[in-house]
Write a protein that binds this ligand. Structure first.
Ligand code: ZN
Length: 303
């Protein structure tokens, strides 16, 4: 795992968006497992740009990032998706098991202390998007951001909570709900949101189901400029060229493909800057209409 100290920022209208890295490195699993319908010829066709930032030839594995987006707009300080977190038991995924990373130091390097965060946004409730929602204090999981409202999708909350969905009791992934979502519900800081919810006049929620049942996008429109914070609607830049590749953790793969197609189409039509959570460097991209579908144009930030 490589850890970067560099803080990189993008501007969209009056908003600034800063990347806060937790980890950057190769995936747990080979390409054929990461995307069950992976096609090696697509990788070969794009080999000139995928290595080394998006694919490691040495390991024959994809390179992916895990980071948050720190958004400042209209006087608000917003943290979107909170990575894996420290000291969490994740026996099903060693990349997130019992981590000890300097994530909060990097958040501070981005200019925000935990108490500065006004809102935490979660695109969905998988372990690598909710981890820093809480931290361990005196043996208990407590909200990391004491002054924040945490926005969760109502549909995802109902799906991952074993009290609401008894089938989840047999799925080890419900551990992420117990230690990283539920303590925030119990502290009274959680706000459950649905499709069409407006956070501010510039930021809104749109349903994008598939990777998880209640997965949402956050859309920013500011001064005529647009950004889409898409969570895991897309995992890897090669999926821009192969939107039909499903991810191993997609709950509803066919819906995930439909949500990805819809999002790519919207980004290409409206010129929105795409801020995924797992793209390798430089992490942010524009989507264009290409000869065979869509194409990706990376947009580096400034340091
Ligand atoms: Zn993820």
């Amino acid at each position: 795992m490589r850890v970067s100290e560099a803080v990189t920022t993008w501007r969209v209208g009056s908003a600034t968006i800063t990347r806060v890295e937790e980890q950057l490195g190769i995936t747990n699993l080979p390409c054929e497992k990461y995307f069950p319908n992976f096609e090696r010829e697509v990788l070969q066709r794009h080999r000139d740009w995928v290595a080394p930032d998006h694919y490691s030839p040495q390991h024959d594995r994809f390179v992916t990032s895990v980071h948050s987006w720190l958004i400042r707009v209209d006087g608000l300080t917003i943290l979107l998706d909170t990575c894996g977190g420290n000291h969490k038991d994740r026996p099903w995924t060693h990349r997130f098991h019992q981590l000890d990373t300097p994530y909060l130091a990097r958040l501070r390097a981005g200019g925000a202390a935990p108490e500065d965060i006004d809102m935490v946004l979660c695109t969905h409730l998988h372990a690598d998007h909710v981890g820093w929602n809480t931290m361990l204090r005196d043996g208990r999981w407590v909200p990391t951001f004491p002054n924040a409202k945490y926005l969760y999708s109502r549909t995802d909350d109902a799906y991952w909570d074993k009290r609401q969905n008894p089938a989840m009791a047999d799925d080890p992934r419900h551990m992420a709900y117990e230690d990283s979502v539920l303590p925030v519900v119990q502290s009274g800081q959680a706000v459950l949101v649905d499709d069409g919810y407006d956070l501010t006049s510039k930021l809104s929620v749109e349903a994008a189901p598939g990777h998880s049942p209640g997965h949402v996008l956050f859309k920013l429109v500011d001064g005529g400029m647009r950004a889409v914070f898409c969570g895991d609607v897309i995992h890897h830049a090669l999926q821009v060229y192969a939107p039909h590749w499903t991810h191993m953790a997609d709950e509803w793969p066919a819906d995930a493909v439909a949500s990805r197609q819809r999002m790519l189409q919207s980004c290409a039509e409206l010129g929105a800057l795409l801020f995924p959570i797992h793209f390798g460097a430089p992490h942010v991209a524009r989507i264009d209409h290409g000869a065979r579908g869509f194409s990706v144009r990376f947009v580096p930030g400034t340091t």
